[in-house]
Design a protein around this ligand. Sequence first.
Ligand code: NAP
Length: 246
Amino acid sequence: MRKTVLITGSSRGIGAQTAIKFAENDYNVIINYKNSKQNALDLLNEIRKKGVESIALKADVSDFQEAQNLVTKSLEEFGHLDVLVNNAGIACQKLFTDISHEEWTHMFDVNIHSMFNCTKPVVNSMLKRHSGKIINISSVWGITGGACEVHYSASKAAVIGFTKSLAKELGPSNIQVNCIAPGFIETDMNKNLNLKESEIEDIKKETPCMRLGNTKDVSEAVFFLAGASSDFITGQVIGVNGGILI
Ligand code: NAP
């Protein structure tokens, strides 16, 4: 039976590239989007051409009920989920003193509450099958902390705590839970920072691999953590950061 993966926030960026990686490796793929419908439909088309089954479902995963519906529809369509990639996320740069209560709450709703919302119904189904892989996307800032990104960094640190705790609880049920902490990856998320060319060059110089990361770098690591080769790896935080944090 072909395996099935649900990737939250897969209309663009890291999520979209990860969807392609799984499709190329004979997985059925559930694409999830919130706003970028056309991107999701284009991706759906591309994935179906690879000969696997795919659907694109709109859901704001920060909303408990919408996330529940996303998982329910996925299970109705495919019967089972082998892999959940909790990837949907937002970022924001501003001084701590400028962060409003609403912005703080929204950051946590999207970056970590979404993981509870999606993982809870998926785990119930994985427990029945005594098998599953959950991969959560954190960030290097979740480890080091980042100035002018207190809410982002704190939410991504929470992803690490979530991953480690859940890994301990689900290990005996043969469900592995791991986390990826990317460094600077070229996507819309960073394009929106409007960094100057000189600032980008500085980041490259600080990175031992001397370049920025790309979505493929992350998708390869996600795919490894989804496969049988990683069956004895759980509760880990894998840095995909070109060595900027060692
Ligand atoms: P991106 O290009 O901005 O894409 C974000 C994706 O998340 C989009 O598909 C977006 O969907 C989706 N999304 C946002 N809020 C959502 C919600 N409430 N419900 C459902 N989907 C939602 O970002 P990215 O760079 O690929 O980032 C992916 C993940 O990697 C994030 O968790 C991010 O924090 C993490 N990360 C990124 C970097 C980096 O340098 N890029 C570094 C470390 C960690 P729509 O467009 O359809 O709304």
